[in-house]
Ligand binder design. Sequence first.
Ligand code: S3P
Length: 450
Amino acid sequence: MANAFVLLENTEDQTVLHLSPPESGLVLRGRIRVPGDKSISHRALMLGALAQGTTEIEGLLVGEDPQSTANCFRQMGVTISPLNPEHVVVVGLGLGELQEPRMPLDAGNSGTTLRLMLGILASHGGRFFVVTGDDSLRSRPMSRVVKPLQAMGAQIWGRQDNSLAPLAVQGQTLKPIHYQSPIASAQVKSCVLLAGLMTPGRTTVTEPHLSRDHSERMLRAFGAEIEVDRATCSVTVTGPATLTGQKVVVPGDISSAAFWLVAASIVPGSELVIENVGVNPTRIGILEALERMNADIERLNEREVAGEPVADLRVRYAPLKACEISGDIIPRLIDEVPILAVAAAFAAGTTVIKDAAELRVKESDRLAVMAAQLTEMGAQVIEHPDGLEITGGSPLKGAKLDSYTDHRIAMSLAIAATVATGTTTIAHAEAASISYPNFFETLKQVCQAQ
Ligand code: S3P
């Protein structure tokens, strides 16, 4: 049977992926689309919920993370139609009008849901909220958003000095601040800006490097007064704002396209076109890094759709060479480091990834997990506190691997397994559906035996 090299085995509590590429090898060919951008999908649902009137969303990611966002806001009285990629309708309640939920709000695996929502809840005067998440999210640091919110006067309680979910929030009228964030994090920036929406006065966030700017773009489109100072990486919102429902078109997620960009770059003879990918300058670190590594990627049909730059990406196999990835590019490719580590294992020379300690507090410790799993496959990897050093060229062999329930690890390892010799099994492969529900179908679709 065609493409029987990818098999998913459902057990009682997880899905195990079995991947056995044919001995003759594979090539990747075709024209594909990737699901909607996860960051933009969350923001469209949230701003739609806070706006007056109706928001219509085209291209939304129907993955588990946006489902968590939609469910939380439904619990607070917002009407959101069943999620589908064609058309979602959000009937907003208007700023400050969320209802007190009778049950804890469950953000599941989604850090973006929990951190952005905290800014919204903390500024909803007179209401009490409890927010929580899955095992992974309950161990991720929340103090990075709790601290600036407390500086605005927010009342938040939780384990370990109010830093771990579950968190309890007593909504308040907050006071504006100028927050100097020690990390370049769009979640921190967006949380504070969302808290600033209902706070009278100017709330400013300054970050050390520019992080993704989807919140700024979308807040402005919904009618908020937003000032951006690129030179100092600062954004200011003036509250109280009024948001009006909009039509949002969500482009394909470059973080999902990244798996195919790397896969086609490392498999000789491959050529893929990925249509309709968001190429916002704050997100294209992966393109810049792969181009530095000698990848052959063309941006076709560049256009702007609903305030976000979009292009089709053509990628062809090219022999990769090592490079250094560090400094201000890191926030622009933060979610792509696991798949870049796979690219590095196929690049001539030693690739050095630095300044990426943030990866240790993502859905899993992505530095430790990628180092251990790629080593298991025979790659040469040295783990550092803030990065990885990967010497390419050792052939990868099939191995028994685990995604540690991290979606981006599951998909990165699946791409590594596609180019390895022999059979690989990946435990907890179901994690892919957090951000890319059809990933394995697309893998089967684009891979052809040589
Ligand atoms: C996101 C910001 C990033 C990213 C995450 C999504 C967002 O996190 O890793 O997947 O939508 O704002 P940080 O803000 O923690 O860097």
